[in-house]
Structure formats: structure tokens, C-alpha cells
Design a binder for this molecule. Structure first.
Ligand code: ATP
Ligand code: MG
Length: 262
């Protein structure tokens, strides 16, 4: 029991009053502590909704969600989040955006002024890790979409959260940058072992990064399939072209395709 970190019990979500507004239905998901889970599924099936309910941003209509053993009743501020289309604050510099969780989340927040230098250095080293050294003083609107996504990733991980929720964090990146960031994320996960839930449309990404890939059906979303990825870590980028990965990617693809027609 103790290492079940995120649990959803029979969770449903309606955005309106009638049944046609059902976005998620009868979801049962258990993610263990330190596990890396990817969620894939057709557009509009409820992946982002799943991210919102787990982090408490959106209350559920039915069922229970627990994170770290506690019922989720309000937004969880300790979770590292990089959400689809969520934006950086335009009036804050890149560095100030990355530092945001350190101002809000304890135990960092109470020492924010005192440790400002240390925190800034940490932010700068993360920016360097994702190839953005020298951009600290720029504003988000002076960066490309892909650069902004990398800043968001730094913001999501700076406070070393025990739970990292990533909703298509690499969508706006070219393939090579995306692959570089997969490796960075894999290293980070291996080093700090946060629990990660990653939503992606990129099946190669899901199989390269995750221990387990969940497939959601079309709306109302529920889990219709699960694939376990056993490849040893650290995984090499070339591994996604090996037969084991290719077979899993094909299995996921077929499953999503079937879900779309039915
Ligand atoms: N705040 C909201 N109010 C009403 N309906 C919503 C709201 N948010 C999402 N929906 C609806 O719920 C369904 C699921 O949306 P969601 O954003 O979770 O899908 P998704 O799987 O993330 O899609 P995509 O892959 O395109 O990002 C969609 O039909 C969407 O229109
Ligand atoms: Mg989405």
C-alpha cells in the first residue's frame, strides 16, 4: 500500500449537467512512487482533464483521488507541472519564471529572500541544461515557442517535486531538441526518482521514457489498454528503433486507431 503514490478510484468527470458532457468515466489508475507513466490517446479523450483532476485544479464529479495518501480536494501546489498551452508570466523574466515555485512551495518559500542567490544559481544551471544559458534576463515573449517549453520544464522541476505532471511538454520542439530533452528528463528521473505522469501524442516518446504506457479511449475517456516497457535504463535513443520498442509502438498505435473508429 505504502508505495501507491497516485490513485484514482472510479473517477468520473462531467463538465456540464447532462451525460453528453461526460469527459472521463470510471477511471481506476494506480501509480506507484517513483514510477514513470505515460498516457496516450486520441485528441479530446480527456488526457489534459486527467492532469487537471490529479493536481486538484478541476474537481471530479464522482470517485476519489489520492496523492501521497491524501485525498485531493484543492489545487496541489507542490506538484511540478508543465501544462499544455499554459504560459509563462509575460511580465517576469525567464529566470523569475523558473524561480516561481521557489517563491510559493515550502520549504523553499520561507527562505526565498535569504537563499535567492542559491536558488538563482540553480535556475541558471537548469536553463543551461536545456540549452538556454544566457536567456535568464529575457522575457518569455522574446523566446520561440520551443524555448518557452524548455523554460516551463525548468520551472516544473526546480523545486524537485515528488510528483511531476507533464502535459505534452515537448510538443513544440524539433525532433533533435525533443530527443535531447528526453535524455535530460530520463537522467533527472533516474537521479531524483520523482513519480512522473506524462501525456504525449508521440508514441516513441512514451515508449522511450515510461515504465508503463496507458491508453485512453475516445471521450468519455477511460483506460482501455496498458503496455509495460521493460527496456533497461538508461535507455539509449537508438533503442526506440530496436524491435522491442518498435513492436510496442505499433501495439499502441493500433490500439489508438481502434479507439478512434469505435
Ligand atoms: N473546462 C472545460 N469545460 C468544458 N469542456 C471541457 C473543458 N475542458 C475540456 N473539455 C472537454 O473535455 C474533453 C476532453 O478534453 P481534454 O482537454 O482533457 O482532452 P485531451 O485528451 O487533452 O485532448 P488533446 O490531445 O487535444 O490535448 C473535450 O471534449 C473538451 O472539449
Ligand atoms: Mg490535452
Amino acid at each position: 500500500m505504502i508505495n501507491q503514490f497516485v490513485t484514482l478510484e472510479n473517477v468520473s468527470l462531467k463538465y456540464g449537467k447532462d451525460n453528453s458532457s461526460l469527459a472521463l468515466e470510471g477511471l481506476n489508475i494506480t501509480v506507484t512512487q517513483g514510477e514513470f507513466v505515460a498516457v496516450v490517446g486520441p485528441s479530446g479523450c480527456g488526457k489534459s482533464s486527467l492532469m487537471k483532476i490529479v493536481t486538484g485544479l478541476q474537481p471530479v464529479t464522482k470517485g476519489l483521488i489520492r496523492v501521497g495518501g491524501n485525498l485531493v480536494k484543492e489545487p496541489l501546489n507542490f506538484v511540478g507541472m508543465a501544462f499544455q498551452n499554459s504560459s509563462l508570466l509575460p511580465w517576469r523574466t525567464v529566470l523569475e519564471n523558473v524561480l516561481l515555485p521557489m517563491e510559493i512551495v515550502e520549504p523553499y518559500a520561507k527562505n526565498f529572500k535569504k537563499n535567492y542567490r542559491e536558488y538563482s544559481e540553480k535556475a541558471s544551471s537548469l536553463l543551461q541544461l536545456v540549452g538556454l544559458n544566457g536567456y535568464e534576463k529575457k522575457f518569455p515573449w522574446q523566446l520561440s515557442g520551443g524555448m518557452q517549453q524548455r523554460v516551463q520544464l525548468c520551472r516544473a522541476i526546480i523545486h524537485e517535486p515528488s510528483l511531476l505532471m507533464l502535459d505534452e511538454p515537448f510538443g513544440a520542439l524539433d525532433m533533435f531538441t525533443r530527443e535531447e530533452l528526453w535524455s535530460i528528463l530520463q537522467n533527472l528521473w533516474m537521479e531524483k526518482r520523482p513519480t512522473i505522469i506524462l501525456v504525449t501524442h508521440d508514441l516513441r516518446e512514451a515508449v522511450f521514457l515510461a515504465d508503463r504506457v496507458l491508453v485512453m479511449s475516445t471521450r468519455p475517456g477511460k483506460i482501455i489498454h496498458e503496455v509495460i516497457v521493460k527496456q533497461i535504463r538508461p535507455r539509449d535513443l537508438k533503442s526506440s528503433y530496436q524491435p522491442e520498442s518498435v513492436d510496442l509502438i505499433a501495439e499502441l498505435r493500433n490500439c489508438i486507431q481502434e479507439a478512434r473508429v469505435h
